[in-house]
Design a binder for this molecule. Structure first.
Ligand code: ZN
Length: 364
C-alpha cells in the first residue's frame, strides 16, 4: 500500500498571519481566486495583510459549480501570476487549480485538462478553505462543469503546494451551508472507506472523520458559534480530503452530481442522500470484507444513517420527471466511480436509487 499527499498543511487558527513568510516565499505576483464571501469572513483581509508589498490580483467572481469556459479568460488576464491562491469553498479552490495549470501551460485548451498526457506542471497552488467539507485543500482533484455536467480531473501537479486550514473562517457559515459541506466530508470519508481503493492508512482517517461528524455536527448546529465544534468539523473535513486523495469517491458522488447540475441541490447534500443506498449495496458485497466495513459505518450511527439525517432535518426541495430520473441513471451507469464501488449497478437499480431518495427526502 502507499500513502501520497504532498501538500504542506498548516492547520492553525490565524495560520495565514502567523506563517506569512511561508506564503510570501512562494513568489512575487499572487492571483487570489475567490467568491464574495471571503470579504465577509475575514479571509481575504488576512491574505492581503500577509502579502503586503507583493503584487496581488483578485478574481472574486467564481460561480458555484464553475463551468470550463470561465478558465481561459482568467488565465489570460492574469497570465504573469506566479502563484495561484484558491480561497473559499470547493468552487474557488478547484478553479484555482485549473487556472494554475493553464497559466503554466499557455497553449493548453481547457478541455485538455482532462488529458493527463498533455501537461505535467502547474504554477504553485495555495488553498485556503472557508467551508468545512470539500477537502480540496489536500487533493489532486478539480471538479468543474463541462457541457452542463460535473466532471472532475485529477493530476499530481494540482496537489496544492501549501494549504492553510483555519476553522475561524467557517464561524459565520449559515446553517444550510454548514450542513451540506459537512455532509460532503461525511460522503468523502464513507465512500473512501467502502472503496476498493481504500488502504489501512485511509481507513484510520475515514473512521475518525465519520465519528467526528456524527459526534459534533448536531452539537455545532445547536451552538453554531462554538469554536471547538467548528474546529472538529474542519478537522474531519481535511481528514476526509486526505482519504479521497488515496481512494477517490464512489457511487454516491456520481449519483449526486445530476441533482446538483440539473436541480441546484448543494453538492454535499445531493451526495449524502445516496450514502444509505451505497452502504446497503455494500452489505451484499462478498469481496474485500466490504460487508464488515458497511456494518462498521452503520454501528457509528447506532444502526441507521437515516436516523442521523432526520436529526439534521435533511430535505430536498425539487421537482423532477420520470424522464429526468432515467437520464440521470443512464449517466451514472457510465461513471468511472463504479469501478471502485462495491456492489453491481445497472440502469434499473440506479433508477430505483433515485426514486427512493426522492420519495424519502423530497416532500413539501
Ligand atoms: Zn465531494
Amino acid at each position: 500500500m502507499s500513502f501520497h499527499m504532498p501538500t504542506k498543511v498548516i492547520y492553525q487558527k490565524d495560520g495565514v498571519l502567523k506563517n506569512r513568510d511561508t506564503l510570501r516565499t512562494l513568489g512575487e505576483r499572487f492571483l487570489v481566486i475567490t467568491g464574495k464571501s471571503s470579504k465577509r469572513n475575514g479571509s481575504l483581509d488576512d491574505i492581503l495583510d500577509a502579502l503586503e508589498g507583493k503584487y496581488v490580483y483578485i478574481y472574486d467572481e467564481t460561480p458555484e459549480n464553475p463551468p470550463l469556459d470561465i478558465l481561459k479568460p482568467i488565465a489570460n488576464k492574469y497570465d504573469d501570476a506566479d502563484v495561484v491562491i484558491g480561497l473559499g469553498g470547493g468552487s474557488p479552490m478547484d478553479t484555482a487549480k485549473a487556472v494554475a495549470v493553464l497559466i503554466e501551460n499557455k497553449n493548453l485548451d481547457p478541455i485538455d485538462l482532462y488529458n493527463k498526457e498533455k501537461y505535467s506542471q502547474a504554477k504553485p497552488i495555495v488553498c485556503i478553505p472557508t467551508t468545512a467539507g470539500t477537502g480540496s485543500e489536500v487533493t489532486q482533484y478539480s471538479v468543474l462543469t463541462v457541457d452542463g455536467k460535473k466532471r472532475g480531473f485529477s493530476h499530481e501537479c494540482i496537489f496544492p503546494t501549501l494549504s492553510f486550514v483555519d476553522y475561524k473562517y467557517t464561524m459565520t457559515l449559515e446553517r444550510d451551508l454548514t450542513i451540506s459541506t459537512a455532509l460532503d466530508a461525511l460522503s468523502h470519508a464513507t465512500e473512501g472507506f467502502l472503496s476498493f481503493k481504500s488502504t489501512p492508512f485511509s481507513d484510520v482517517m475515514a473512521i475518525e472523520a465519520i465519528k467526528l461528524i456524527k459526534e459534533f455536527l448536531p452539537r455545532l448546529l445547536d451552538d453554531p458559534e462554538n469554536e471547538f465544534f467548528r474546529e472538529r468539523i474542519m478537522f474531519a473535513s481535511t481528514l476526509s480530503g486526505m482519504v479521497i486523495a488515496q481512494t477517490g469517491t464512489t457511487i454516491a458522488h456520481a449519483l449526486g452530481y445530476s441533482l446538483t447540475t440539473d436541480k441546484g441541490v448543494k453538492h454535499g447534500l445531493a451526495t449524502a442522500v445516496f450514502l444509505p443506498f451505497e452502504i446497503r449495496e455494500a452489505k451484499y458485497e462478498t469481496r474485500n470484507n466490504v460487508k464488515e466495513r458497511a456494518l462498521e459505518v452503520l454501528k457509528i450511527f447506532d444502526g441507521s444513517l437515516e436516523k442521523f439525517y432526520n436529526i439534521l432535518g435533511l430535505h430536498l426541495c425539487i421537482t423532477f420527471s420520470d424522464e429526468e430520473i432515467s437520464n440521470w441513471a443512464r449517466a451514472t451507469s457510465k461513471a468511472s466511480h463504479i469501478v471502485s464501488t462495491p456492489g453491481t449497478y445497472n440502469v434499473e437499480k440506479l433508477i430505483d436509487a433515485y426514486r427512493e431518495v426522492l420519495e424519502k427526502y423530497c416532500y413539501n
